[in-house]
Write a protein that binds this ligand. Sequence first.
Ligand code: FE2
Length: 287
Amino acid sequence: MTPIVKAFFDTTTNTVSYVVQDPKGRACAIIDCVLDYDQNIGRTDTSSADEIIAYVRANGLNVEWLLESHVHADHLSAAPYLQEILGGKIGIGKEITVVQDTFGKIFNEGTKFQRDGSQFDALFDSGDSFHIGQMRGDVMHTPGHTPACMTYVIGDAAFVGDTLFMPDFGTARCDFPGGSSSSLYHSIQKILALPDETRIFVGHDYKAPGRDEFAWETTVKEQKALNIHVGKGRSIDEFTSMRDARDATLPAPRLILPSLQVNMRAGHMPEPDEQGNVFLKVPVNKL
Ligand SMILES: [Fe+2]
């Protein structure tokens, strides 16, 4: 089965969102959607999500799923906004509870913030499957970048989130709380064990040095041959020492604080105060 895949690239956060359609009908899933956010003035904007809505409507699609590959630290999820307008169930990996526990403490969220994943409509375990129309999707737990990272394998396409990036860019960072370069290595081996012709759709692209265009689609075969971090059968020791050394030099993502607070709530803002005002926190010297 070859799903119809439409990509939407957000140049502000370098995020790729996908609409994945059953080729035999109108059912689709939306993966890793973006809510635009201007941190300087604390204002959200739905321009990116509205582009997806326009595409879904123009093609008469029925949204069955709003899938998150993980709790993103670099953009806010637009899943609740899209759900209100287009329908669909919001799904994420069941280890979201670990992420909620970690960041519930860091942001001192108190007992009102449930850490059981109940903000989401579906919590996937590794090996679970789901359907988009007649098309089956399989869920693979691929932790390392975060504990709750999932890869969604839908027909001949694998949506790998932040595990592998394009072969010339390599792999995702592993230095967030709960991240682990050795876990990421093992997760990537699971992805590379998929059939060679499997199409791989990555969660971000930053243009590798020497490449002028953004890109987000590759294959298992290309990753095995060319990935600069894990290709050509790179060993776990070689990978983890490279990854850990590189991560130590990376700055924190610009939107990490708002993203985590919103995305651990399935894309919902924190509870408003008595006047209906919503606030996001800045924990000082905590991250
Ligand atoms: Fe990420």
